[in-house]
Design a protein around this ligand. Structure first.
Ligand code: 0X9
Ligand code: ZN
Ligand code: ZN
Length: 305
């Protein structure tokens, strides 16, 4: 059964998506943006007060990397908090009145399911191609942003395999198509990973600074301070290339170059004690503190529409 303080299976997340979207029809709707390689639906939840006009939006995804279980847990938490605090929390109410938030709770559904059933440390998709016995590509190396030029591997057996071409992974193609389709309304792209406690922004495929570097840094520092105010958890902010490592083909750089200015990658708890195996007892505190950072970014985006 589904629980916000457990690492839910894909089956439990799917039932949760069905029940939460049917129980709050005035604030939430769902759409399938395509299917995964193995045929599972990729479901985007749209949160926001329904209006007659089209609203500006934020797109957030979780679970690009299969083993980073705290990430889908955060997207589920975010949806719950958004629905349960709308009408009482003035910031959430104002946000959902003025904007929509698209949430993709699990990006790499096939990989996520595989980590529950077969290999807890799987990272990539589960696609196959004749000629190689190795399975999957790294979805965060498969976007068309300096594709496979640095910090990515062209070896299909590597955990950072960039794929056979940009968007060769159907999951990446589905998300990229959705964002391209909604490019005129999407003002911010937020992607949730773990671990290392970092708040990253472009670029990762080059050491060059983004055109909006100072503003992106200022917002990241504000978001990190908000996050830290709850339990003292320390985050480091900066461009991916110098803050974590150079790596091309990432979703954040791709969205930014498409024109989505406020593009951020979170690396949630912890700094390595448990790593990807973050205990379930840390889901609640991690999600509560991360809410503050995401809401900080959302408030800034809203103020600067
Ligand atoms: O390497 C990644 O894809 C991310 N770190 S993780 O440990 N979750 O795998 C960092 C992504 C930073 N952004 C880009 N490289 N574009
Ligand atoms: Zn990751
Ligand atoms: Zn709460």
């Amino acid at each position: 059964a589904h629980s916000y303080t457990k690492y839910n299976t894909w089956n439990d997340i799917q039932s949760w998506i069905a029940s939460i979207s049917s129980s709050n029809p005035s604030l939430i709707s769902k759409q399938v943006i395509g299917n995964t390689y193995e045929g599972r639906p990729m479901i985007v939840l749209k949160l926001g007060k329904k209006t007659s006009s089209t609203k500006p939006a934020i797109f957030m995804d979780c679970g690009i990397h299969a083993r980073e279980w705290i990430s889908p847990a955060f997207c589920q938490w975010f949806v719950k908090e958004a629905l349960s605090t709308y009408g009482s929390d003035s910031q959430m109410t104002s946000l959902l009145n003025q904007m929509d938030v698209f949430v993709l709770p699990v990006f790499n559904v096939d990989g996520y399911d595989f980590t529950h059933k077969s290999n807890r440390m799987w990272r990539k998709t589960r696609s196959r191609k004749s000629g190689s016995s190795c399975i999957g590509a790294d979805p965060n190396r498969n976007f068309n942003a300096g594709w496979c030029t640095i910090g990515a591997s062209s070896n299909p057996c590597s955990d950072t395999f960039c794929g056979y071409s940009p968007e060769s992974e159907i999951e990446v193609k589905n998300v990229a198509d959705f964002i391209r389709r909604n490019k005129s309304i999407i003002k911010s792209y937020i992607t949730i990973h773990s671990y290392s406690q970092l708040l990253l922004f472009p670029y990762s495929y080059t050491y060059e600074l983004a055109a909006h570097h100072s503003e992106l840094m200022k917002v990241a520092e504000g978001a990190s301070a908000a996050l830290r105010s709850l339990y003292g958890t320390r985050y480091t902010s900066g461009p991916g290339a110098t803050t974590i490592y150079p790596a091309a083909g990432g979703s954040d750089d791709w969205a930014y170059d498409l024109g989505v200015k406020y593009s951020y990658t979170f690396e949630l708890r912890d700094t390595g004690r448990y790593g990807f195996l973050l205990p379930e007892s840390q889901i609640k505190p991690t999600c509560e503190e991360t809410m503050l950072a995401v809401k900080y970014i959302a408030a800034y985006v809203q103020k600067n529409l």
